[in-house]
Design a binder for this molecule. Structure first.
Ligand SMILES: Nc1ncnc2c1ncn2[C@@H]1O[C@H](COP(=O)(O)OP(=O)(O)OP(=O)(O)O)[C@@H](O)[C@H]1O
Ligand SMILES: [Mg+2]
Length: 469
């Protein structure tokens, strides 16, 4: 089963991912900035302790000496958060007191201006260390000792964490609000779609009126338009079906009633000759009825909606038309009609559904043979015109008046005063089949001035390719 995705989940996932990455990057940056800030805040205090320590250095004839009582040391170096250490040097490499665990600074030039801060290790713990040359003799400020004070990072880390935590907390609240906004926004934004959904759901299957487009947002409009277009197509198909059922009922009622009446007459006859005569009449009527049924079914089979059922294949129009033409020879002969074939001379391919193409040609030749006067001439011609493949059937029958040339293609339309029987469906079927083949059909007066020329213009076949179905 295909996984169903909810727009809301997709949006949330695509929003939350980048936001969380952003939060991580931002937290790392905030941690770095906060650590800088914490250092800046506590370094000053560390330097103050170094200066204070320098006050406990006194000048003696043998050089500077550190006089730090335990009480003074405690006052200087005891902190409730961190452990501290102090070491004083009269010159690099010459310690005069303090914690021997504090190693000599790697680089402490005498002319350095102000204190220098760096991080280091003291008894396996990371520490922040200040290194500064400080005067110890008020009388001669140029006499200086090197003071080192180290402090573990406890309060610095705590301050940095507090800053990061407050930033991250604010950002988490923002992310939560963004998610809530997406949740609400998607629900709100999709409301028009749900409205369209319930408008369709509320409908009865007979209601094919278009959906309301007033107030429908631009994005949903194509969907509503497509649904409305589908309704129109459905409506047209339903109309066609209803029309067909009504036509069929109307067309079949009279001949069936006629058949019944003829059977009743035949049943009342005693004379075998008259019975045979009635049966012969019955046969003619049944055949006429069978023709009407066939034509009605052909009409239904070739409705414009049947396009999906059409199986186009490459057909040689020349050979196909010649074959059908020969099938009609006996019937033409019976009416002394000169049925001729005027071919292109070589195969002429079209894309066609053979059964339907046969119906089309049969109907046109049937009309030509049926409506031409006895001894007339009917010609079936196949030729190429540009890239169009033309099939034309010309006859010697009564010329169809110009004003009737479109109407003869309508269902059940027959010319007034026609002598022969017919249901008036043949040309309607022909034009339906032509449309299913993408062909157009024209009707002109035959070029010899008597009769008609029906011409079907077939498009060239499509080149073979994987896209064809
Ligand atoms: N070749 C033709 N020559 C003269 N009139 C024609 C010709 N073809 C068609 N018609 C006229 O057009 C009308 C419609 O033809 P169509 O083929 O649709 O119906 P039909 O021949 O009457 O009945 P069906 O073909 O269904 O048995 C015919 O009744 C006839 O009057
Ligand atoms: Mg006909």
């Amino acid at each position: 089963m295909a996984r169903r995705s909810r727009l809301r989940d997709v949006l949330l996932a695509s929003l939350l991912g980048p936001l969380l990455v952003l939060l991580l990057v931002d937290s790392a940056l905030s941690w770095w900035t906060s650590a800088q800030l914490a250092n800046r805040a506590y370094d000053r205090g560390l330097y103050e302790i170094a200066r204070e320590a320098a006050l406990h250095v006194h000048a003696t004839p043998s050089g500077p000496r550190l006089d730090l009582t335990p009480a003074a040391e405690r006052a200087l170096l005891v902190d409730q958060d961190d452990r501290m250490a102090l070491r004083v040097w009269s010159a690099p490499g010459t310690p005069i007191g303090g914690d021997p665990a504090l190693e000599a600074p790697a680089h402490a030039p005498r002319d350095a201006r102000g204190p220098r801060f760096h991080t280091g290790m003291l008894r396996g713990e990371p520490v922040r260390i200040v290194v500064a040359w400080l005067p110890y003799d008020e009388a001669d400020p140029s006499r200086q000792v090197l003071v080192q004070v180290a402090e573990t990072l406890g309060k610095r880390h705590r301050l940095a964490w507090e800053i990061v935590a407050s930033i991250v907390a604010a950002q988490l609240v923002l992310i939560g609000m963004a998610c809530a906004a997406v949740f609400w926004g998607v629900g709100h934004g999709l409301r028009p779609l749900s409205a369209v959904g319930s408008a369709v759901a509320r409908r009865s299957h007979q209601d094919l009126s278009p959906l309301e487009t007033e107030g429908v947002p631009e994005e949903v409009r194509p969907l509503v338009d497509e649904v409305n277009a589908l309704m129109l197509r459905l409506g047209a198909t339903l109309d066609a079906q209803n029309r067909f059922v009504a036509d069929a009922a109307h067309q079949l009622k009279t001949p069936v009633a006629g058949l019944k009446a003829q059977i009743e007459v035949a049943l009342g006859e005693d004379d075998p000759d008259r019975v045979r005569h009635s049966l012969a009449q019955l046969y003619v009527s049944a055949e006429r009825l069978s023709r009407i049924v066939q034509q009605l079914l052909a009409l239904a089979r070739n409705e414009p909606g049947a396009v999906a059922a059409v199986h186009l294949q490459a057909v040689d129009l020349e050979a196909f038309a010649l074959e059908i033409c020969m099938e009609w020879a006996p019937q033409a002969l019976r009416r002394s009609i000169d049925l001729g074939f005027d071919g292109h001379g070589s195969p002429l391919a079209i894309d066609a559904d053979p059964d339907r193409l046969r119906d089309l040609i049969n109907n046109l030749i049937d009309n030509a043979v049926r409506y031409s006067h006895e001894g007339g001439k009917v010609t079936v011609a196949v030729r190429l015109h540009g890239d169009e493949r033309l099939l034309s059937i010309s006859d010697d029958g009564p010329t169809i008046p110009a004003q009737e040339r479109t109407r003869v293609f309508e269902r059940f339309h027959r010319l007034v005063g026609g002598r022969t029987e017919g249901s008036g469906l043949g040309l309607a079927i022909v034009s339906e089949i032509a449309a299913l083949h993408g062909a157009r059909i024209t009707l002109q007066e035959d070029h010899d001035g008597t009769g008609n020329a029906f011409t079907v213009h077939f498009p060239p076949p499509e080149p073979p390719g994987p896209a064809r179905v």
